[in-house]
Design a protein around this ligand. Structure first.
Ligand code: NDP
Length: 323
């Protein structure tokens, strides 16, 4: 049997070694094998992919399954020539949930404790104690209560934060005031002193965090984007950081206090992006929850075995829903 392997990351060799270890009887083929004389495409029954060029999957006649090498599937689902009826899975790896939860708790605490403000004060040797807020008096709103959102909720709850969550369907999570659907969005925004974005990129979430959404958040609040860059309208974010309420006690302050962004519509983020230069925005290069070859390989191998044994695969994506 053969598997198409397409991984544009700089540690692709380590991924391949881990997969070959867990699927020792498979031959792994790359894009160059498909275009060259690297074997019969009819032998390929599975694909492990990340950012595969559009149209390639449609050239594989015997696919039983397609697995994303990451948790997000927006790039994969944007292929207009996806083979119909072939199940697509996203990567659900407990290690990645822990990585995301660490990133989110660290970033929430950074803003909650005002460390971003002290970083700026330190640049001008300003010794000034700012007002403190206790975790129980700070509402963190998780937009997206899937595998990542739930794990983050658990960690943030342990730290004592007041939690609100928002999802597409109704949910019940202990210690989280769960809201859902368009009706719940306004209430979640109104409560969001720190908004953590853990949504997939879909037709419904693209541009969701725009000027109206930021205006609906409390003054002095923060945005943490761990989902996809397209969910946030950057110009609106910068405007909300720069422009406050002229009637407030601090008319020179922006409506939003700060943002941490981990995902961007175009990556790497262009050197001339105004996001880099903004003093209240912290940028991380899409590292919130990197996929890990060592833990992902056995998960992916199990998916292949399920598909070949005619069993349903786990974590299958709803193609029509977009995630
Ligand atoms: P899941 O599919 O497990 O969860 C997605 C959540 O978003 C669900 O709660 C879902 O609601 C909710 N949702 C989807 N569409 C809407 C909508 N229109 N309105 C309200 N809620 C909506 O995804 P994951 O938790 O695995 O990952 C979330 C995203 O995080 C990924 O798609 C990816 O873009 C990003 N990601 C980023 C990483 C990074 O390093 N920066 C790493 C990994 C993932 P419901 O529960 O009702 O279905």
């Amino acid at each position: 049997m053969a598997i198409l392997f397409h991984c544009p990351w700089d540690n692709a060799a380590a991924w391949l070694a881990a997969l070959e270890h867990d699927l020792p009887h498979d031959e792994f083929r790359t894009l160059s094998d498909l275009t060259g004389s690297g074997g019969d495409v009819a032998e390929i029954d599975f694909a492990f992919v990340w950012k595969l060029p559009h149209g390639v999957l449609a050239t594989l006649p015997n696919l039983k399954g397609i697995a994303s090498l990451g948790a997000g599937v927006d790039a994969l689902l944007s292929d207009p020539d996806l083979p119909a009826g072939v199940p697509i899975t996203r990567l659900v790896d407990p290690l990645m949930k822990d990585r995301m939860a660490e990133y989110v708790t660290a970033t929430v605490l950074h803003h909650h404790l005002g460390l971003d403000v002290y970083d700026r004060q330190g640049a001008t040797q300003q010794w000034q104690r700012n007002r403190t807020t206790d975790a129980s008096d700070r509402t963190v709103a998780l937009f997206g209560l899937g595998q990542m959102g739930e794990r983050c909720a658990k960690r943030l709850r342990a730290l004592g934060f007041d939690l609100v969550g928002w999802s597409r369907s109704a949910k019940e999570i202990s210690g989280v005031h769960c809201l859902h659907g368009p009706d719940g969005f306004e209430e979640a925004l109104a409560a969001a002193e720190i908004a953590v974005l853990l949504l997939p990129l879909t037709a419904d979430t693209e541009g969701l965090m725009n000027a109206a959404a930021f205006a609906a958040m409390p003054p002095g609040s923060y945005v943490i984007n761990c989902s996809r860059g397209e969910v946030v309208v950057n110009e609106d974010l910068i405007a909300a950081l720069d422009n406050g309420d002229p009637n407030s006690r601090h008319p020179n302050d922006g409506h939003l206090a700060g943002a941490t962004l981990d995902a961007f519509a175009v990556e790497p983020l262009a050197p001339d992006s105004p996001l880099w230069a903004h003093p209240n925005i912290r940028i991380t290069p899409h590292i919130a929850a990197l996929s890990a070859a060592a833990t992902a390989a056995p998960i992916l191998a199990a998916q292949v075995h399920r598909a070949r044994n005619g069993e349903p695969m786990h974590d299958v994506v709803d193609v029509a829903g977009g995630y």
